[in-house]
Design a protein around this ligand. Structure first.
Ligand SMILES: NC(=O)c1ccc[n+]([C@@H]2O[C@H](COP(=O)([O-])OP(=O)(O)OC[C@H]3O[C@@H](n4cnc5c(N)ncnc54)[C@H](OP(=O)(O)O)[C@@H]3O)[C@@H](O)[C@H]2O)c1
Length: 313
């Protein structure tokens, strides 16, 4: 067994606990493909896990490599995996049942159920920025809220990684109007993506009613802490789902958790290839040694996607 370079941490803590060094190459087991990582994307869950925030929910085995999003080249496949071949260009939301061997590494083994093929039209950066954020948006708006023709949709945190996907998917699914909350600096971009932007915070319900006097049919909450204002603007029988509301009892059936799903990811990747969906990569860090800086950049919360390049073609 040889060693690969990876960013990893030996105990929970701030981003400072991250180091870059050598760890054994991952095994490629049944149901898995070994991917040489070209690029990994950063998500808030990466630094939340690192800080111990998901400890009650998920086992973390140290040393732990962060990262669940990957785009790269298949280098080996486990037994009986007809879905992918060595040399294929792929992308995945590669979350496993416990946290240990993530994508901030030269190599990662990924469950084949999570994998989609990368259309040539997508750059490595776009491909890796798509899975977690795009699939969260798809699971929320397409699979759970069933957005359809004529809906008026409110997206909270429309400028974040998930939200920029969400406003576009709502339009693709047929929404008549998509209202997106964000800071003013992101309003022009949200208009380009098909949303009517509003600033969040006090008075939000009034601003939403100005745009949608009859109320909204669907609320997709991508930030948390907005349950009351959401109920205030929903029409009777309107649909609400949240990916980030942890403090409201009794709404467990409306909480969405993204899950690895290669077919759903292929749908998204093909939309990007067809120029129907845009991936907003706002910052690229050029090498594995920048992993800590990339995590910090995401934690500062500027919106859009932050990507870490790991290797060149
Ligand atoms: N349950 C799941 O499966 C799942 C999946 C993915 C993400 N998440 C969670 O969902 C949240 C969003 O993820 P993300 O990747 O989109 O995060 P992100 O890209 O880091 O979101 C950053 C944006 O949040 C916006 N924001 C902050 N406070 C806000 C408020 N009160 N109202 C509206 N927007 C606000 C800021 O917008 P401005 O810059 O415009 O101010 C900022 O740009 C995170 O907490 C993440 O952990 C959950």
């Amino acid at each position: 067994m040889t060693d690969m370079r990876a960013a990893f941490y030996d105990s929970y803590g701030d981003v400072d606990v991250l180091q870059v060094g050598e760890l054994p190459d991952p095994r490629v087991g049944p149901g898995e493909a070994l991917v040489e990582v070209r690029a990994a994307a950063v998500n808030p869950v990466d630094w939340k896990v690192m800080a111990g925030g998901l400890d009650p929910l998920m086992e973390v085995r140290f040393p732990a490599i962060p990262g669940w999003d990957v785009a790269g080249v298949v280098r080996a496949v486990g037994p009986d995996i007809p879905e992918v071949e060595v040399g294929d260009h792929v992308l995945a939301y590669g979350r496993k049942d416990w946290v240990q061997a993530g994508t901030f590494a030269e190599l990662v083994s990924v469950p084949v159920r999570a994998i989609a093929h990368k259309p040539a039209e997508l750059s490595w950066e776009e491909a890796t920025a798509l899975p977690l954020a795009g699939q969260t948006a798809a699971r929320t708006l397409r699979d759970r809220l069933a957005v359809t023709d004529g809906d008026v949709v409110l997206v909270h945190n429309a400028s974040g990684g998930v939200g920029r996907m969400g406003v576009q998917l709502a339009r693709i699914l047929g929404a008549r109007t998509v209202i997106g909350t964000a800071s003013e600096r992101h309003h022009d971009r949200l208009r380009e993506l098909g949303a009517t932007p509003v600033v969040y915070g006090e008075g939000l319900a009034d601003r939403v009613r100005e745009i949608a006097p009859g109320g909204v049919d669907v609320v997709a909450d991508f930030v948390g802490g907005v349950y009351d204002v959401s109920q205030a603007v929903l029409t009777e029988g309107g649909r609400y789902a949240s990916i980030a509301e942890h403090d409201v009892p009794g709404i467990e059936d409306r909480i969405v958790w993204v899950r690895p799903d290669g077919a759903q990811l292929q749908w998204l990747a093909d939309l990007v290839a067809d120029d129907r969906l845009e991936v907003d990569v706002v910052r690229v860090f050029e090498e594995l040694e920048d992993a800590g800086a990339a995590l910090r950049a995401n934690r500062e919360g500027h919106g859009g996607k932050v990507v870490l390049r790991v290797s060149e073609d």
